[in-house]
Write a protein that binds this ligand. Sequence first.
Ligand SMILES: Cc1cc2nc3c(=O)[nH]c(=O)nc-3n(C[C@H](O)[C@H](O)[C@H](O)COP(=O)(O)OP(=O)(O)OC[C@H]3O[C@@H](n4cnc5c(N)ncnc54)[C@H](O)[C@@H]3O)c2cc1C
Length: 414
Amino acid sequence: MSIIIAGGGIGGLIAALALHDRGIAVTVHEQVGAVKPLGVGINLLPHAVRVLASLGLADRLAASAVRTQELIYFNKLGQLIWREPRGLDAGYDYPQLSIHRGILQTLLLEEAQRRLGPERVRLGERFVDARETGDGKVEARFAGRDGAPATAAQGDLLIGADGIHSAVRATFYPDEGAPIWNGRVLWRAITESFPPFLTGRTMIMAGHQDQKFVCYPLTAEAGQPARINWIAELSLDRSKGWRREDWNRTARIEDIAPRFADWRFDWLDIPALMAGAETIYEYPLVDRDPLERWTFGRITLLGDAAHPMYPIGSNGASQAILDAEALAEAVARDGATPAALAAYEAVRRPPTSAIVLANRGNGPEQVMQLAEQRAPGGFADVHDVISREELEGIAARYKQVAGFSRDTVNRRSA
Ligand SMILES: Cc1cc2nc3c(=O)[nH]c(=O)nc-3n(C[C@H](O)[C@H](O)[C@H](O)COP(=O)(O)OP(=O)(O)OC[C@H]3O[C@@H](n4cnc5c(N)ncnc54)[C@H](O)[C@@H]3O)c2cc1C
């Protein structure tokens, strides 16, 4: 049996490693000719780290990541709304990891090349189209770089792991059009050297849905300045439209810094942090409507190709990783068959659709929105405006929806 994967991003590479780990032959076709360590920070939740640990990757990853200790939500005045421990500090068997996406991608690519063999990780091959050949096989065509002619690959199954602009998805949903923009734009950056804040392993979010600041460290060495990932987010006039989403489009600090000029808190000087970034990337907050169906015979979707979601609640990469594991388990159990893909979809489509919708309602960040609506001028004590039960309920419900309540994760690892 052999599996073709279109797309060598986070989801595609982990799917390849998980299938290979179960003795299934797999080939990845990635459109870029040389994978560069692109992106800024990304978070891996404990349930995704469990999958990486099962593939023998957790220690190497942890060496390049920060074990997130706590998550704190503040209002726009820097007043505390909600604080919770995360990962190991919250009693999970696995940490939450904050890591540079480029480091993660490079590590996964190296591991895939080493374990599968370089001929099974084919760079510079862009998925064009696919068809079932009628003999229980699927044939996919890939275009080479610089106009090189298309090559064909034959396998038992094709997995579309080709990201938010998935060409595999477009073959089944040709009229779907561009991802849906909700009027918000993210400015993402890394400040390479900045004094650690709070515990040194704290992730913070401040503000509300129309103006928000998120940051977390990507390094945490005692007595050393930290490498800090940050995201500033604003709601803009939707009717004016925005440029197409591109992970690598740069922006100017003047576009965004003035809006946060007075966000100097005793726990963090946000303007100073922003001023320290060399390159800032802009990205519109986009997603797509959940699909009724991912699987068509011997072809299915995975990761952002299947369920692009707002990067709220640290779920984008984590859910792609869970998809990868579920796919590999289904194929190992049911063979490289349409039934395996249907079983994979049955496990993964309902929860990921629910997360897409939960993230449209701000996910766990809804506590910030409630604080803004109920007390735009601030509060002496958050419990004067949001009860402890309401805060706890929002946090717990989202963990259930996203599949990372502590009991669920620890049961799986037992
Ligand atoms: C360059 C880049 C930077 C990113 N930066 C961040 C970030 O800083 N923070 C964050 O939270 N998320 C970031 N993401 C998104 C994040 O990686 C995904 O949301 C998440 O990891 C889900 O993974 P995925 O494998 O489904 O998608 P992706 O990680 O987006 O991977 C999709 C892969 O498919 C490839 N591909 C696309 N079309 C084709 C085709 N036709 N044929 C073959 N291959 C194709 C792409 O080149 C890419 O490698 C970034 C994605 C990319 C591609």
